[in-house]
Design a protein around this ligand. Structure first.
Ligand code: PLP
Length: 388
């Protein structure tokens, strides 16, 4: 049997051995198991110091103050805390939120929860290439708008939004700007100051770090806190109570450090591989690129294939670990709501494949993907020839 090629880095990534090593060191450390809130003894203080270092590493990646890194269980929680916690923190000013129809479900679900509690939410539609125009954001702002949430890079198409332009609009209007940067961290420069971001969502497992840990980073200059969505002890200034998982957080810190160190080189390498993949398949008739041809991150290539049926396509490339749309859509079997929002009809949204590359993707993997994809499309077209 052919070894399956992993091209689903946008869903999750293999852990970098250097990250694993750091985590093991913490777990094996004689006093590193302490509760970081127990600062009266050395066990707690050792753990607290490890967390402090991780906060500095994450903050350095996004130009933030380490004291304002709020650790969470992952990006879903960070999105919930950013959107719900941010909106509730500002509720005296109003109850209107602006987001996009192409956001991750973690943001859309949080917005739906706000709506159930009397908030109004405007869902902006993207252009056909997946862009959210800053002018459209501007037009949606109202006197009672308290928060705008727009992701940096889309998880299905890789399309990159102009967050600095949107952030500037929000800052001028005194509105909180939340950005989900899960897919762009380590792929694009992130600077919460220069890009006017107030609340930033990150996680570790999309960037060769551990699953189950993330952060909501607050811009200390503009927002001192958000309302909690979990209640318990007073950890993390009450914004996110719960004993901190030291090994996970250390893993996320090391993940951020490596991203910062290696981003430029890694992105260039991945971009070359992705472009090779695209040029290896785009001469086939009926292959459509989803999203913006230039304004997208290096690691994602999403295509729709005209004239073939979605399920047969996925079945025919069974030596490739790829998804149709996002992993979440794969689970429900629904055609991607993101591709539909870009105006793709259901059949094309169904017959789509997302290839996502990462740190351990090799040229051989891309060659196998090209061969497998070409074989699949040619075979399926021969079965049901149709004018394209
Ligand atoms: N936001 C984006 C853009 C994502 O791609 C994902 C991953 O599915 C999430 C949020 C949720 O991340 P997590 O798995 O850490 O909860």
């Amino acid at each position: 049997m052919i070894k399956p090629v992993y091209l689903d880095y946008a869903a999750t990534t293999p852990m970098d051995p250097r990250v694993r090593q750091r985590m093991l060191e913490v777990m094996g450390h004689q006093s590193g198991f302490g509760n970081p809130a127990s600062v009266t003894h050395v066990f707690g203080r050792t753990a607290a110091a490890a967390i402090e270092q991780a906060a500095a590493e994450v903050a350095a990646l996004v130009n933030a103050n380490p004291d304002y890194v709020v650790w969470t269980s992952g990006a879903t929680e960070s999105d919930n805390l950013g959107v719900i916690g941010g909106a509730r923190y500002r509720q005296a000013q109003g109850r209107h939120v602006v987001t996009a129809a192409t956001e991750h479900k973690a943001v859309l679900g949080a917005c739906a929860e706000l709506q159930r509690h009397g908030y109004e939410v405007t869902y902006l539609q993207p252009t056909e290439m997946g862009l959210i125009e800053p002018a459209a954001v501007s037009a949606a702002l109202r006197a009672d708008t308290v928060l705008v949430s727009i992701m940096h890079a889309n998880n299905e198409t890789g399309v990159v939004q102009d967050i600095a332009a949107i952030g500037a609009l929000c800052r001028a209007a005194g509105i909180l700007f939340h950005v989900d940067a899960v897919q762009s961290a380590g792929k694009l420069p992130l600077d919460m100051q220069a890009q006017y971001v107030d609340l930033l969502t990150l996680n570790a497992h999309k960037a060769c770090g551990p699953k189950g840990v993330g952060a909501l980073v607050l811009n200390a200059a503009t927002v001192k806190r958000v309302e909690p969505i979990l209640f318990g002890g007073g950890q993390q200034r009450g914004m996110r109570p719960g004993t901190l998982p030291v090994h996970q957080i250390v893993g996320m810190g090391e993940t951020a450090r490596l991203l910062q160190l290696e981003m430029a080189e890694e992105v260039q390498r991945i971009l070359t591989l992705r472009d090779n993949l695209w040029s290896g398949i785009n001469d086939l008739p009926g292959i459509l690129l989803n999203g913006h041809p230039e304004q997208r991150i290096a690691s994602i290539l999403t295509v729709s294939v005209a004239g073939v049926e979605g399920e047969s396509l996925r079945f025919a490339v069974d030596d490739l670990a790829v998804t149709s749309g996002s992993a979440c859509n794969s689970a429900t079997g629904e055609p991607s709501y993101v591709l539909r929002a870009l105006g793709r009809p259901d059949v094309l949204a169904e017959a789509s494949l997302r290839f996502s590359l990462g740190r351990f993707t090799q040229p051989d993997d891309i060659q196998q993907a090209i061969t497998s994809f070409r074989r699949a499309v040619t075979h399926l077209r021969a079965l049901s020839p149709e004018e394209l």
